[in-house]
Design a protein around this ligand. Structure first.
Ligand code: OSB
Ligand code: MG
Length: 370
């Protein structure tokens, strides 16, 4: 690959509806778009999923900009890259952490690689699904009534799996009410690390509601206590925040810390690493689904591509563009019909980044040349 220049853009998009987790309420989304351009003028695109504040994990939009500008972009411009796998396996391997920054530029290189080979990104990764099943993640609301209304609206739009954000005090009662009205709905709960082992009793009370899983109940960096908790719970635990690498996945599986893993490309340090975690989980009977980070269409397109791999057997948090944005920055936007997304067939990410729209939401940008 002959990468000539890299463009970073800092974008800000307003969310149509505020999104509340156990750690914050988001009203808008600040993120970095990475564009890598080859000598023929072909572009690869990806976004960094780091958030504005270090509340989900330790990375932020600005730490990502710093790591991209001062470390990752110089590596990509200086070295001859033959295959995107080399980024995580060779060129970035000596740099600790900063998974979301690494994933952002690696994803753009993967998109460019697929376009150079005239493959879809899904195909380049080895994915074969033509359609993927998705669900919706519903934030913490001001009342149970409002939550029930939101669930009703999403089901009417065709979503078939619902994830509810929980935190201490917004959990057993909430799930009980929802279950009364929707006894058979595929339903799960995401705590974003809001509990400790002292809350095991409260979490055990959720066992009677037949949840598909409870996601990341304990600390963002824990795999030991989760193993102890999983041994006490009937409900499968799914790890999100705690998994950053194939090593984390291997240890979590070995300890019995979870029965399901959520893949986030950014959290895992990129597509290559996520594919390796996929293969490890497949070999160990751990089903996967793709998590979401309130991405724009560009990150969403990457999530769709990885979900085409066979061990993504559970619906992912990849809802339609229109649930997040007044207008998305890709054409066409991501749409969901009957709880499914049709995987695009155009090369690379398969959706066209709209420069008009991207420029409208760009706060600042910088171009880096060879
Ligand atoms: O834990 O899955 C999470 C959003 C921001 C940060 C963390 C999470 C989430 C979501 C939203 O659940 C999923 C989506 O993009 O719709
Ligand atoms: Mg989560």
């Amino acid at each position: 690959m002959k990468i000539e220049r890299v463009i970073l853009r800092y974008l800000k998009l307003d969310l149509l509806y505020p999104f509340t987790t156990s750690f914050a309420t988001e009203y808008d989304r600040d993120f970095i778009l990475v564009e890598v351009v080859n000598e023929d003028g072909l572009s690869g695109w990806a976004e960094s999923v780091a958030m504005i504040d270090p509340l989900y994990n330790e990375e932020t939009v600005k730490t990502n900009w710093h790591i991209l500008e001062d470390y990752l972009i110089p590596i990509v411009l200086k070295n001859e890259i033959v295959h995107p796998d080399e980024l995580s396996e060779k060129w970035f391997a000596h740099l600790r952490g900063n998974q979301m920054a690494k994933a952002a530029i690696e994803g753009a290189v993967w998109d460019l690689y697929a376009k150079e080979k005239n493959l879809t990104l899904a195909g380049a990764l080895g994915g074969e699904k033509k359609q993927i099943e998705v669900g919706v993640s519903i934030g913490i609301k001001s009342s149970i009534e409002e939550t029930l209304e939101t669930i009703g609206a999403r089901l009417a739009e065709g979503y078939k799996r619902v994830k509810l954000k929980i935190r201490p005090g917004w959990d057993v009662d909430l799930i009980g009410h929802v279950r009364k009205i929707y006894p058979d709905l595929p339903l799960m709960a995401d705590a974003n690390s809001a509990y400790t082992l002292n809350d095991a009793g409260r979490l055990k009370a959720l066992d009677e509601y037949n949840l598909m899983m409870i996601e990341q109940p304990l600390a963002y960096d824990d795999i030991i206590d989760h193993a102890e908790l999983q041994a006490q719970l009937k409900t499968p635990i799914c790890l999100d925040e705690s998994i950053h690498s194939i090593e984390d996945a291997r240890k979590a599986i070995k300890l019995g810390s979870c029965k399901i893993i959520n893949i986030k490309i950014g959290r895992n340090g990129g597509l290559t690493a996520s594919k390796k975690i996929h293969d490890l989980c497949q070999a160990n009977g751990i089903p996967l689904w793709c998590g979401g980070m309130l991405e724009s269409g560009i990150g969403r397109a990457h999530n769709i591509a990885i979900t085409t791999l066979p061990n993504f057997t559970l619906p992912g948090d990849i809802a339609a563009s229109s649930l997040y944005w007044a207008e998305d920055i890709i054409e066409p936007e991501v749409t969901v019909e009957n709880g499914s997304i049709t995987v695009p067939t155009a090369p690379g990410i398969g959706y066209k980044p709209s420069l008009d729209k991207i420029n409208r939401y760009t706060v600042y940008s910088r171009t880096y040349r060879k």
